[in-house]
Ligand binder design. Structure first.
Ligand code: AMP
Length: 494
């Protein structure tokens, strides 16, 4: 199947063609016609599936075809795309520009950690499409530098992650400022009860789309476990990188402090490495990412949230230096490699402390991951498991529970606003003392009716009317390990 049959206009097809895309991915095949139809959409798709083009292409087409502003009139915001992290926002906006290069639409990205004035200037000049993280968008709303009253299309990208990061009230505040009549697109990798509630309130008879979840079908990613003693992990990583001459290695650590320390140690081993996490300045993060992308940097060490949405074509190696606390994060991590059909390799260094985490992951992905002991790194069979260090120690990496904090930063760029104590309720979002404690109520855009099939042939792709049950709802609250409320990274999408 080619892109030509999806009903996209010539300028979009030309852009897609120049990017070298020959055929649409499954999410694109389904989402593009559904969005072009003008209805709401609930899509279960993870990063790496081509979902960004799946919503961006039809949005660009609709905006370019729907009544444009009269000649000479200032542009106004017609499409709003919300993402959980700065990196993802930047990448989505890059895609908007790339796909829309032959159209006359203007887009901008807005997130925290950088000056607000250039964003205000861009808005003043007139913008059609805004890609934003919720925190900075709220800043603009409070300063009345953005007018959302004429938004025609809203996208919540990686909605599950936005809720995980405590943005529900921020999202509701944004929704309250949008016109009730609009097209809503919600993308989420997982479908927890919170997502279902959000979808119920937000979406009007949504088309339902689910594409193969990577946690069941990551065929393009070769996964491997290397059992190792906890204090031999760094040595093993150096050994693997040097022995295989790996380049563009994305390494995940559990904590920001761990990321810093590992990057430093790799440097001492003669491997160029930088850490990327929420305590780094935006410019340091951007620089590290740029060097990694152009392959002047061999290794990027990242925490989960910072790495969210990093989109590097055909990233060859992902290493889990630590297994993630939340099994779904494993799936997100290995989604960094083997993207859109390319092959990749995901290697996990697993010590005795992590055996339970590994079991949880294997249960989620419904398969055992092959194990390979590396000669010289045979783990001590008598080693005893120790509790896993879930929080960064010392320095700026310290995470503390949000209770009792004065006014923590919401973006994780300097603080730890997103960290939750074990057993805490999911984050309520508004943890910034400067904001009104009373969240605005969302104006739901109609209730969810019986879902519409996204396919022209009326097939529902195995979906039943309950999106949660259908869209692979192996939600975080399943699994009985109670890990749902363990602390998550503090980076906030601002
Ligand atoms: P996404 O899931 O949106 O983050 O996209 C993952 C990657 O797939 C990006 O690098 C895109 O440039 C790439 N991609 C998207 N659509 C296609 C396609 N139809 N063919 C090849 N690559 C694609």
């Amino acid at each position: 199947m080619s892109f030509d049959s999806l009903g996209l206009s010539e300028p979009l097809l030309r852009a897609v063609n120049e990017l070298g895309y020959t055929s649409p991915t499954p999410i694109q095949r389904q989402a593009i016609p559904a969005v072009l139809n003008g209805g709401d959409l609930l899509a279960g798709a993870q990063t790496g599936t081509g979902k960004t083009a799946g919503f961006t292409l039809p949005i660009l087409q609709r905006l370019s075809q729907m009544a444009p502003a009269p000649a000479g009139a200032k542009r106004h915001v017609r499409a709003l795309i919300l993402t959980p992290t700065r990196e993802l926002a930047a990448q989505v906006e890059e895609s908007v520009r790339a796909y829309g290069k032959y159209l006359k639409l203007k887009s901008t990205v807005m997130f925290g950690g950088v000056g607000i004035n250039p964003q205000i200037d861009a808005l003043k000049r007139g913008i059609d499409i805004v890609v934003a993280t919720p925190g900075r968008l709220l800043d603009h709303m409070q300063q009345k530098t953005i007018d959302l009253s004429r938004v025609e299309i809203l996208v919540l990208d990686e909605a599950d992650r936005m809720l995980d990061m405590g943005f529900i009230h921020d999202i509701k505040r944004v929704l309250a400022k949008l016109p009730p009549k609009r097209q809503n697109l919600l993308f989420s990798a997982t479908f927890s009860d919170e997502i279902k509630t959000l979808a119920d309130n937000l979406l009007d008879s949504p088309a339902l789309i689910e594409v193969a979840r990577r946690n069941t079908t990551a065929e393009t990613v070769a996964q491997k476990i290397h059992p190792v003693d906890r204090d031999k992990k760094r040595e093993m990583l150096t050994h693997l990188i040097k022995r295989h001459n790996w380049f563009q290695v994305l390494v995940f650590t559990r904590t920001k402090h761990g990321a810093n320390r590992l990057a430093e140690q790799l440097g001492k081993d003669g491997i160029s490495a930088l850490a990327i996490h929420g305590n780094k300045s935006q410019s340091a993060r951007t620089r590290a990412l740029a060097e990694f992308k152009d392959q002047t940097l061999q290794v990027l060490v990242a925490t989960d949230i910072a790495a969210r949405g990093i989109d590097i074509d055909q990233l060859p190696h992902v290493v889990n230096f630590d297994l993630p606390n939340v099994p779904e994060d494993y799936v997100h991590r290995i989604g960094r490699t083997g993207r859109a059909g390319a092959t990749g390799e995901a290697v996990s260094l697993v010590c005795v402390d992590e055996h339970q985490l590994l079991k949880d992951i294997e249960r989620l992905i419904k398969r055992p991951i092959p194990q390979e002991v590396i000669e010289g790194f045979e783990p001590d069979p008598n080693a005893k498991a120790e509790p896993i260090q879930r929080r960064s120690q010392g320095g700026g990496g310290q995470r503390s529970p949000r209770q009792g904090q004065g006014a923590p930063r919401r973006d994780g760029a300097g603080g730890n606003g997103g960290a939750k104590p074990a057993g805490a309720k999911p984050a309520g979002g508004n943890n910034n003392g400067s904001r009104s404690p009373k969240p605005a109520t969302a104006k739901p855009n109609g209730k969810t009716d019986a879902p519409r099939a996204a396919h022209s042939n009326g097939q529902r792709n195995g979906l039943s009317p309950n999106p949660g049950a259908l869209l692979g709802g192996k939600a975080r609250n399943e699994g009985g390990n109670g890990r749902r409320d363990t602390p998550r990274s503090g980076q906030r999408g601002r």
